[in-house]
Design a protein around this ligand. Structure first.
Ligand code: ATP
Ligand code: MG
Length: 417
């Protein structure tokens, strides 16, 4: 068996050198013990091998597994491919915890550390599970443009791009495009970056983040959309519990299965709950970050870590959500312990009402002509959601910052690496 990777730890105990190698076949390191008596040449070679060396070894599983840190092998041959030019700037075994800033800067190197790698293996599982779920449920995977002429949420958070002689933007959401496709493909999903020019620096915002977006046609209400979303998340959790046993163990995370349906409360109920705890939300305003956090604590104390907030007020939503008679909308949020993981809802599919909604939000329907057109040719009732990949990962693993959940960070202060 040939295994390749990097030395992350070297330990000499008398006449034995133990190498821990971070490779690709498992998250835990591969361990080889080289005995002076048994394999004198390899012992000599390994004795002063620096941490960071890239090598492959030929070997077989050790009959007796003594190491608790990884799977142990008996090496027959070692081939060195590359030695580090200088000592590594970070500790790849993770004994010395690195500051977040250092972790971000040297993420490519820290992925040799089993704990860092485990996070990204689980991130990969989220996306694999999502794809699996959508395929099983008859969704078509789509890709929509990332260079666009108009944003779904309005101007302030758009990154401008020079597009020949036109003004364009980086897409902040596939919203408009996935809705347009509802006029021909009733179930679509996209795994997509969101570009948002939000200037603030918070543990929950990135300027380039990733979302799992879905849109579903021929629905009766936003309940149908919430159903898909809660089942998707429960499916993702099950998938990780099944496929990432090793990674969860490395991270010391006990991931409990989620039961559907998730708890639902209306926005009004959320406001009342908060008010009874002394947190007032002014009429027509969205929940602040602090209010969201507080609500998360209250709901968690009642046994609901994850819950929907439904029927948002029109003033606090995008123009495209369907309005109810009473001034509420069919928009919902999904919150997990005080953090918004997803927003979604039923959209306005009636052409006239949509034009009216744009005007009511102070937007010019002219700028949305390409989008509005799609509503003229038999647009069915539809709805969908956008689910934040980094935020989901943060909550599932108990991390504290979305910057821990994406390989290369784009935020207010980071454009490299
Ligand atoms: P927030 O109010 O927390 O800034 P939002 O309501 O603007 O988020 P949506 O437009 O609803 O975000 O996007 C759908 C989901 O994508 C969010 O629920 C969140 O999980 C994720 N998301 C959105 N913007 C960001 C961002 N800047 N960084 C990380 N994740 C994000
Ligand atoms: Mg939202």
């Amino acid at each position: 068996m040939r295994i390749c990777g990097w030395v992350i730890r070297r330990k000499t105990i008398g006449k034995i050198v133990i190498l821990e190698i971070s490779g690709d076949t498992s998250s835990k390191p591969h361990v080889i013990a080289l005995k002076k008596e048994r394999e004198p040449e390899l012992f000599e070679l390994a004795r002063d091998l620096p941490v960071g060396t890239a090598l492959c070894f030929e070997g077989e599983l050790a009959p007796v597994q003594k190491s608790r840190r990884g799977v142990e092998y008996i090496a027959k041959e070692i081939k060195i491919y590359s030695r580090p030019l200088e000592p590594l700037p970070v500790d790849t075994i993770g004994k010395v915890p690195a500051l977040l800033d250092t972790r971000i800067r040297y993420r490519y190197l820290l992925l040799r550390n089993p704990a860092e790698k485990a996070i990204f293996k689980i991130r990969e599982s989220i996306l694999r599970a999502a794809r699996e779920y959508f395929i099983k449920n008859g969704f078509m995977e789509i890709q929509t443009p990332k260079i666009v002429a108009a944003g779904a949420e309005g101007g302030a958070t758009l990154f401008p791009v020079k597009y020949f002689e036109y003004n364009a933007y980086l897409s902040q959401s596939p919203q408009l495009y996935k809705q347009m496709l509802m006029s021909s493909v009733p179930r679509v999903y996209e795994i997509t970056p969101y570009f948002r020019a939000e200037k603030f620096d918070t543990p929950r915002h990135l300027n380039e983040s990733w979302g799992i977006d879905a849109e579903i046609g021929f629905i009766e209400s936003e309940e149908d959309v919430m159903n898909v979303l809660e089942n998707l998340i429960a499916y993702i959790v099950d998938y990780i519990r099944k496929n990432n046993v090793e990674e969860l163990e490395i991270l010391g995370v006990e991931l409990k299965p989620l039961t559907v349906p998730f708890k639902r409360i209306t926005f009004k109920e959320a406001v009342d709950i908060l008010s009874s705890e002394g947190v007032e939300i002014p009429e027509g305003e969205d929940l602040t970050e602090a209010a969201e956090k507080k609500l998360g604590e209250i709901m968690a104390s009642k046994g609901y870590d994850i819950f929907f907030i439904t029927r948002f007020p029109w003033e606090a939503t995008g123009f495209y959500y369907m309005r109810n008679e009473d001034g509420t909308t069919r928009k919902f949020d999904l919150d997990y312990k005080g953090l918004e993981l997803s927003s979604g809802g039923q959209r306005e599919h009636r052409y006239e009402k949509l034009v009216e909604a744009l005007r009511d939000k102070g937007l010019n329907p002219e700028g949305f002509k390409f989008y509005l057109e799609a509503f003229k040719y038999g647009m069915p009732p539809h709805g969908g959601f956008g689910l934040g990949v980094e935020r989901l990962l943060v909550k599932l693993l108990g991390l504290s910052n979305v910057r821990e959940a994406i390989l290369f960070v784009r935020d207010r202060n980071r454009l490299i690496p």
